[in-house]
Ligand binder design. Structure first.
Ligand SMILES: *Cc1c(COP(=O)(O)O)cnc(C)c1O
Length: 364
């Protein structure tokens, strides 16, 4: 029997990095620390309470969760303009991104990004029949701003998405760079939404700003965040976005009704209430990140400057061999980025010690 599969999907494999039982899982940028016991208790209690009402559909507009997210952004990024109407949320920022493509992409439209970057971007575009265009980053993985502005004016994308800090390089944007993208986006006929994907925002080095701070000046700027990394909640599936109300209203049109389950809303709110305790873990990861980068450089590797919870390092003549060698030592990292580079997520001090000793042996 022939299935009427869309021709552009024939032969494709689903996206996903290996999920292996190894000593050090350093391949998908998860938070290595489980939620602390107090957070686990709060989540369990919140879920129990939610369970009592599971015969009913959840709050379709998840108003209480949006208020909590707005408050969190106020504390974390020092923005004071964010209200419930400026917040959107979905099952991971992956679903937020899909909503953005459903609302602002589509046939005959273009989404633009800057390579190397997150490997899911082309998939949202493909799934919504949006054309995906990438521009190469400079050798240091920063944007070539002149080329970026020229490309936006020439290609007229309806969506520009830039991860900051970028995955897999760790590169963060300055506010002037964001403003330069927005200025070119203003010249797109029919409008262009600029999305800054700040999945790793909480790991940025001090002094590095969030693009959320300039949203008041820009109607077409959206900043997306996630609880998957800093909040140690990858399993909870909660991503969110902050923007002006017309952007949020557009996303409300394309979402499925009741897309955020009552359980998801309860779990996210319980975790948000403990953001201070979770931020302490983030600080440990940032310190471990800086030590890992310094150590790799001492060994003679080139390491991209990183504001995230991972580091891209190299070059290796045969990166597959190094990857396999590390795996044989129980250390799972990621083959990604330009040829010759590898990415390691920052784990616990014990996991990073294992990574360092395994790398020394594999490359001896
Ligand atoms: C990990 C990651 C996300 C988070 O995805 P979730 O669906 O929220 O788990 C988003 N963007 C980038 C660039 C990432 O690396």
């Amino acid at each position: 029997m022939t299935l009427p599969l869309r021709p552009d999907l024939i032969g494709l494999e689903p996206y996903g990095a290996p999920q292996l039982e190894v000593t050090a899982r350093l391949n998908v940028n998860e938070n290595p620390y489980a939620p602390p016991p107090a957070v686990v208790d709060a989540i369990a209690q919140a879920v129990r309470k939610a369970a009592e009402g599971l015969n009913r559909y959840p709050d379709r507009d998840f108003t209480a969760l949006r208020a909590d997210l707005a408050h969190y952004l106020e504390v974390e990024s020092h923005v004071d303009f964010v209200e419930v109407r400026n917040i959107w949320a979905a099952n991971g920022s992956n679903e937020v991104m899909l909503h953005l493509h459903q609302a602002f992409g589509g046939p005959g439209r273009t989404m633009m990004s800057f390579a190397p970057t997150y490997s899911m971007y082309p998939e949202y575009a493909r799934d919504t029949i949006t054309e995906y265009v990438t521009l190469p980053r400079r050798e240091d993985f920063h944007l070539d701003l002149d080329a970026a502005q020229a490309a936006i004016r020439e290609q007229q994308p309806s969506l520009v998405i830039v991860a900051s800090p970028n995955n897999p390089t760790g590169t963060a944007l300055t506010l002037d760079e964001v403003r330069a993208l927005l200025s070119a986006a203003d010249d797109v006929e029919g409008g262009c939404v600029v999305v800054i994907d700040e999945a790793y925002a909480e790991f940025r080095r001090s002094g590095v700003p969030s693009a959320a701070t300039i949203i008041p000046e820009h109607q077409n700027l959206a900043v997306s965040r996630t609880m998957s990394k800093a909040f140690a909640l990858a399993g909870g599936r909660l991503g969110y976005l902050v923007a002006h109300e017309p952007v949020i209203d557009a996303l409300r049109v394309v979402r499925l009704p009741y897309h955020l389950s009552a359980v998801t809303q309860a779990v996210a709110r319980a975790a948000l209430a403990h953001h201070r305790a979770l931020q302490a873990q983030v600080d440990e990861i940032r310190a471990e990140r800086d030590e890992t980068v310094a150590w790799l450089r001492e060994q003679g590797y080139t390491v991209a400057d990183t504001d995230a919870n991972f580091a891209l390092f190299g070059p290796f003549e045969d990166r597959e061999r190094v990857f396999e060698g590390l795996l044989a030592h129980g250390v799972l990292i990621r083959v990604t980025g330009p040829e010759g580079w590898l990415r390691v997520s920052i784990g616990t001090p014990q996991e990073m010690a294992l990574f360092r000793s395994a790398l020394l042996e594999v490359t001896a």
